[in-house]
Design a protein around this ligand. Structure first.
Ligand SMILES: [Zn+2]
Length: 250
């Protein structure tokens, strides 16, 4: 009896295939707006056909990607699937090497304002590679040990000015690490609230349970360990560590 019930409710392989395959009506509905060359109309149509919130990258379904191919170059990358982390890290390290003033030898000679401008540039290039909007970078004097934060409500990043002013290599490294780390939080937030551009679904699942199921564990409220071990923090730390290693070693 139980087997019977399971047999009824479990979707067959054929059903699952049909659910993900783009229907002819859906395809026509998207094709219709391609000659308009209007980004917003195209994005709205694809979102409507795909359903769900936050909407997925408009090229994440391979049938839809094929359908919108003729105009994909015109679409702002913030609507498109981002590269994998490995590729993001490679591209970001390469882009950072081209930023004048970012190497420690040059950094040492710069004024405070120039250093802030460089960190803003780093945030901009990483945002572009990660297919998300770039954050404004603010500076503020904070307590020691506090390097900076991403504010999800304002969508900006604030860095501790004391480490930007310092001339030590260790503090320089912390500044670069922090701008990458906080930018990764901006990327997580974009994926959780605006559009799923991250190509790895398992990461999205972990970030969602962190943010929505258990809630973000702020160190001041939940203690350092709970803060340190939560998926969003582990992910941001690993991403920044890998990128810094690649940037400093190359
Ligand atoms: Zn963090």
């Amino acid at each position: 009896m139980l087997e019977d019930i399971e047999g009824v409710i479990r979707p067959t392989e054929q059903d699952e295939g049909a659910k993900t395959r783009l229907s002819d009506t859906g395809k026509r509905y998207i094709e219709e707006v391609i000659p308009l060359h209007n980004e917003q109309t195209l994005v709205d149509r694809v979102d409507e056909v795909q359903g769900g919130f936050p909407p997925k990258a408009i090229d994440s379904d391979k049938d839809i990607a094929e359908t919108i191919k003729p105009v994909i170059e015109e679409v702002n990358p913030i609507y498109l699937e981002a590269p994998t982390d490995t590729v993001q890290i490679e591209q970001a390290a390469e882009a950072m090497e081209k930023i004048e003033g970012l190497s420690f030898d040059e950094w040492k000679e710069l004024s405070f304002e120039e250093r802030v401008a460089i960190l803003q540039l780093v945030e901009g290039v990483i945002a572009e590679i990660a297919h998300r909007p770039s954050c404004v970078v603010n500076v503020k004097r904070m307590d020691e040990g506090n390097y900076g934060y991403f504010d999800p409500d304002k969508g900006d990043i604030t860095l501790n000015s004391r480490y930007i002013k310092s001339d030590s290599f260790e503090d320089y490294k912390e500044c670069v690490d922090t701008i990458v780390h906080e930018g990764r939080h901006a990327y997580q937030h974009y994926n959780l609230t605006q559009r799923e551009v991250h190509p790895r679904e398992g990461d999205l699942t972990n970030w969602k349970s962190n943010e929505f199921k258990y809630g973000y564990q702020a160190a001041q409220v939940y203690g350092f360990k709970a803060y340190w071990l939560q998926p969003q923090e582990c992910d941001a730390r690993a991403f920044a560590e890998d990128l810094l290693k690649k940037y400093l070693e190359d």
